[in-house]
Design a protein around this ligand. Structure first.
Ligand SMILES: [Zn+2]
Length: 71
């Protein structure tokens, strides 16, 4: 169980620092469950996870409309 020569920012959910991204990775309750651990940029998340978490509802509605018009 030693695979840490790579730069993996994943952090255990209980040890994540306040300045780290809290984006969950894996299944809650699973032993491998962790959080992203990247540098926080948007709210509680790093830049890329913040983009997902704080996606504007209008964009979601637009993409649903786009999907609907394709049918
Ligand atoms: Zn993240």
């Amino acid at each position: 169980m030693t695979s840490d020569s790579r730069t993996d920012t994943r952090t255990h959910v209980l040890t994540v620092s306040r300045s780290a991204c809290r984006w969950p990775i894996g299944e809650p309750g699973h032993p491998d469950f962790a959080v992203c651990g990247g540098a926080r940029v948007r709210g509680a998340y790093c830049d890329c996870h913040g983009a997902i978490a704080y996606r504007r509802p209008r964009e979601t509605a637009n993409s649903l409309e786009r999907l609907a018009s394709l049918v």
